[in-house]
Design a protein around this ligand. Structure first.
Ligand code: ADP
Length: 391
C-alpha cells in the first residue's frame, strides 16, 4: 500500500536533469523533508499517503501541490505552513510555492454522481435537536470550504427549509429531475418545499421508499463534498430505505444526555450496526446551559451519559453543543447559529472538523456500500416522482 503511494508519487514528480547531483537540491531531498509531516488521522506521512503532487524545482523555487482527501480538512493551513517551513529550511531553496487541493482518497461510488461522501444524522426520538444539528453541521462544513448538500429525509417533520430561511420557496424539477434549492450556499432538498405546509405526509412504507429513492437519485446534486441526510427520528421505514439505497460514509447520533433519551440512542446505534453503517460518533446536544447571569454551566439533562455510550460502542463524542437560546432563535429566523460568531458557532466548527476526520478514517476501515434493497413487495417499486416519459 505504502509502496504503491511512493511509486505513484515518484511518477508524478518531474525532476530536472542535473538537479539530483550531490549537493544540489533534488526531488528526493524535498520529499524527505515533506515526509516529516504526519497526518494525525491516518498516522502516516503525507508523502507515504500520496498527498504530494506535481513537484517541480526550478532555480531554487520549489513548487508542489498537497492534495488532501477533502477541502474541509481542518488542518489544511497547518499542513501548508509545515510544508513551507520544512522545504524552506533546505539549503538552496529561494522560494516555496504550495498549492492546496482536494480529491476523495478513493473513488467510492455513492450512486449519486459527483457526491463524494454521504453522512446521515440520526436520533432515537424527536425533539433532541437532530435537524438543528444537521443544518448547523452543513453550514460549518461549508464554512470550512466544502460543497455541501442537505437531504431532509425527515418527511414527517420537514423543518430544514425554515431553518435555512427558504420556507415557502418551491422545489422545482427540470427535465424530470429535482433541482435543489440554493439555501445560503447549501443545496437543499426537502419534501417541505414540495407540499403545502399544512398538508400532512401520509405514506405507507412503499411510498416512503420511493420518496428516498427519487429525492436522492433523481436530484441534480452537482459536485458535493458532503451530502448530509437529516433522518426522521427512530428506526422506521425511511432510515431503513436510506441505509439500503445510499452508501453512507457513516452516521452520527444526536441525543440529549439524560438516561431516558439514551435508551432511544441505543436502538439507533443497533440499527446502524445491523445495516453495516459506520458509526461516526455521538453529538451531545443541549449538553449544558450557560447561566446568562453568572456564567455557570448547568447540566440541565444530567451529565456523562454520552461518554458511557462512546465507550460501549467504541466511537467518540464528536461534540457537546450547549443549550443556547441563539440556536433556537437562529433556526426560527432561518439563519443557523453556525453562521454567527461565538462559542456556539465554535462548537459546530469543532463538530464539523471531527466529522471530516472520522469520515476519512472510517471510510478506510469500512468503505461505504449500500445494503441493497430486498425484492420489493406489492407497490415497492412504485415511482414517487412522476417523471414525464419521453415520447
Ligand atoms: P429534532 O430534529 O430532533 O426533532 P429539532 O432540531 O427540530 O429537533 O429541535 C427541536 C427544538 O429544539 C427546536 O426548536 C430547536 O430550535 C431547539 N434546539 C435544538 N437544539 C438546541 C440547542 N442546543 N439549544 C437550544 N435550542 C435547541
Amino acid at each position: 500500500m505504502f509502496f504503491v503511494s511512493k511509486v505513484r508519487a515518484a511518477v508524478d514528480f518531474s525532476p530536472r536533469l542535473g538537479q539530483n547531483q550531490k549537493g544540489m537540491l533534488d526531488t528526493a531531498t524535498v520529499l524527505k523533508a515533506l515526509s516529516t509531516i504526519v497526518d494525525p488521522d491516518f498516522k502516516k506521512d503525507i508523502v507515504e499517503l500520496g498527498f504530494v503532487r506535481d513537484l517541480k524545482i526550478e532555480d531554487g523555487v520549489v513548487s508542489f501541490t498537497i492534495r488532501l482527501t477533502t477541502p474541509a480538512c481542518p488542518i489544511k493551513d497547518h499542513f501548508k505552513r509545515q510544508a513551507e517551513e520544512a522545504v524552506g529550511a533546505l539549503p538552496g531553496v529561494k522560494e516555496v510555492r504550495v498549492t492546496m487541493d482536494a480529491a476523495p482518497a478513493m473513488e467510492v461510488s455513492t450512486g449519486l454522481p459527483g457526491v463524494a461522501h454521504i453522512v446521515a444524522v440520526i436520533a432515537g426520538k424527536g425533539g433532541v435537536g437532530k435537524s438543528t444539528t444537521a443544518v448547523n453541521l452543513a453550514v460549518a462544513l461549508m464554512q470550512m470550504g466544502a460543497k455541501v448538500g442537505l437531504f431532509d429525509a425527515d418527511a414527517f417533520g420537514p423543518n430544514t427549509p425554515r431553518m435555512l430561511g427558504v420556507r415557502g420557496v418551491p422545489l422545482r424539477t427540470q427535465g424530470g429531475r429535482i433541482v435543489p434549492i440554493e439555501a445560503q450556499g447549501i443545496k437543499l432538498v426537502s419534501i417541505g418545499s414540495a407540499i403545502p405546509e399544512d398538508q400532512p405526509v401520509v405514506w405507507r412504507g412503499s411510498l416512503q421508499h420511493g420518496f428516498v429513492r427519487d429525492f436522492t437519485q433523481k436530484t441534480d446534486w452537482g459536485e458535493l463534498d458532503y451530502l448530509i441526510v437529516d433522518m426522521p427520528p427512530g428506526t422506521g421505514d425511511i432510515p431503513l430505505s436510506v441505509m439500503q439505497l445510499l452508501p453512507l460514509s457513516g452516521a452520527l447520533v444526536v441525543g440529549t444526555p439524560q438516561e431516558v433519551a439514551l435508551e432511544d440512542v441505543r436502538r439507533g446505534v443497533t440499527m446502524l450496526s445491523k445495516m453495516n453503517v459506520n458509526l461516526l460518533g455521538f453529538v451531545e446536544n443541549m449538553s449544558y446551559l450557560v447561566c446568562p447571569k453568572c456564567g455557570e454551566e448547568i447540566d440541565v439533562f444530567g451529565k456523562g451519559g454520552m461518554d458511557a455510550f462512546a465507550e460501549t460502542f467504541g466511537a467518540p463524542v464528536l461534540a457537546r453543543i450547549p443549550m443556547d437560546v441563539n440556536i433556537r432563535k437562529g433556526s426560527d429566523a432561518g439563519l443557523p447559529a453556525a453562521f454567527q460568531e461565538g462559542p456556539v458557532a465554535e462548537a459546530y466548527k469543532e463538530l464539523a472538523a471531527a466529522v471530516v476526520q472520522r469520515v476519512a478514517v472510517v471510510e478506510k476501515e469500512n468503505p461505504p456500500r449500500a445494503a441493497g434493497v430486498p425484492q420489493a413487495g406489492p407497490g415497492g417499486n412504485q415511482p414517487f416522482l412522476n417523471v414525464p416519459k419521453k415520447n
